[in-house]
Design a protein around this ligand. Structure first.
Ligand code: ADP
Length: 415
């Protein structure tokens, strides 16, 4: 505790009483008749001076303690500040949002980890935001914010790769001329929007074709022209075919949306048995085309799957193999591995070129539209396969060579 102002006043008076002691001593020496009075004054002033010195000594000791205490508090505050700064850095580094702090000219003072990753930066401090983002718009937004006008805009940055961001810039409240930049990556969102738009356009297109045919046939039948009488059965069977086609498309669309929307219900399934049943079901179709279709693998391999969805996957793959193979064999193989189960569907059919192979899993993508339609395909089969397999935590891949055949591989975790 620091002593109060009374003690301080006494301590301050100590030198004055020191002077009075000297004065009393001089009076005693220079004027002997007053020496007794001078002695009393000397003793009195001397005692007061000693008391003042004592207080001054105590004060110095107390101040020393108080200074030590303050220094301790200061270093504790510094530690606390460091802790907060580190916590802020960790928070900023943990965010998926890109964050920069720049000076008023756009020179980077700080960049969080997401910013460093997004723009491939090593030590970002000192670099210009224009050089890092290669975007005049971002640079202008920073300058605008530095002059007190916050900004927010959606931008497509081309560097280091095409990404869509919602960019925000605003001035730091406590330090004028320092600008925060936040960039939220919305590329995925924009991509999904594009996919949804394309999907709706594709569905409309796929539905419109059979509907146009049905309408044309129905109108012809409506005319009831006697010359068309013998064509009636042909028109009617074409209408039925197109309605079947519409039904197949809507069925496939329903399967797709069910797979995407629902929680996967798994139960113990013997995949070997399921594959044998699928093969059995399609052997007549294959035999009709002169193809040999068979299953090779263990008798029983159990795992946790959605049985209906797995049946859908393998019927799609085997049916495709039959559809796109002119002659030869289709082999369905199962391998029970340590961590997963691998199923291969191999055919000796028309094959798929490397550039098409990456696209065949897209919705409505067909290499040969006419051929797919002729075999009753919708262009959704492989997309359904991929969705189901990925919902099970598995992977589907394709190895193919044009005019030699294709092998679709499905790997599935057992649990
Ligand atoms: P589709 O209903 O047209 O068969 P899929 O999604 O099942 O649709 O397949 C997409 C496209 O991939 C097919 O149109 C076809 O061109 C190609 N394809 C699929 N499986 C095979 C295969 N086993 N051999 C050759 N091409 C195939």
């Amino acid at each position: 505790m620091v002593p109060g102002s009374g003690q301080l006043r006494w301590a301050k008076l100590a030198p004055l009483f020191g002077v009075l002691v000297v004065a009393a001593a001089l009076v005693g020496i220079l004027h002997p008749p007053s020496s007794f009075l001078a002695l009393i004054a000397l003793v009195f002033f001397g005692l007061v001076m000693l008391y003042g010195c004592f207080l001054a000594w105590r004060l110095l000791g107390a101040w020393d303690l108080a200074i030590k205490d303050l220094l301790g508090q200061q270093s504790a505050l510094e530690v606390e500040c460091d802790r907060h700064r580190n916590a802020l850095d960790e928070l900023a580094d943990g965010l998926a949002i890109v964050i920069f702090l720049t000076d008023r000219t756009g020179k980077i003072l700080y960049a969080n980890r997401a910013a460093q990753d997004a723009f491939g930066l090593g030590e970002p401090s000192g670099l210009a935001i224009l050089g890092v983002t290669i975007s005049q718009e971002v640079n202008e937004m920073v300058l605008q914010a530095a002059s007190g006008q916050p900004a927010r805009r959606e931008l497509v940055l081309r560097h280091p790769r095409d990404r869509s961001y919602v960019v925000g810039t605003w001035q730091e409240a406590s330090v004028e001329g320092r600008v925060f930049i936040s960039m939220v990556d919305i590329s995925e969102l924009r991509y999904l929007e594009r996919v949804r738009r394309d999907f709706v356009a594709n569905v409309s297109h796929e539905l419109r074709t059979p509907m146009t045919t049905i309408r044309a046939m129905a109108e012809t039948l409506q005319d009831d022209d006697p010359e068309d009488q013998e064509l009636r059965p042909r028109y009617l069977s074409k209408i039925v075919r197109e309605v079947d086609r519409l039904t197949t498309i809507t069925d496939d669309l329903l399967i797709l949306s069910t797979v995407e929307a629902s929680n996967l219900q798994k139960s113990e399934v013997d995949l070997a048995e399921l594959l044998r049943v699928c093969v059995q079901q399609l052997v007549p179709l294959a035999t009709e085309k002169g193809l040999v279709l068979g299953y090779q693998g263990p008798y029983c391999v159990k795992g946790m799957f959605n049985g209906d969805q797995m049946t859908q996957v393998f019927l799609n793959l085997i049916q495709n193999a039959v559809n796109y193979t002119g002659r030869g064999t289709i082999s369905v193989r199962l391998m029970d591995r340590d961590d997963d189960i691998l199923v291969e569907v191999e055919d000796t059919g028309i094959g798929i070129s490397a550039d098409q192979a990456t696209r065949v899993f897209e919705r409505f993508y067909r290499v040969d539209k006419g051929r797919s339609r002729a075999s009753g395909g919708t262009g959704l089969g492989l997309s359904i396969v991929r969705n189901i397999v990925e919902a099970h935590g598995g992977r589907v891949s394709l190895e193919s060579e044009l005019n030699r055949g294709s092998t679709f591989r499905v790997s599935l975790p057992k649990t």
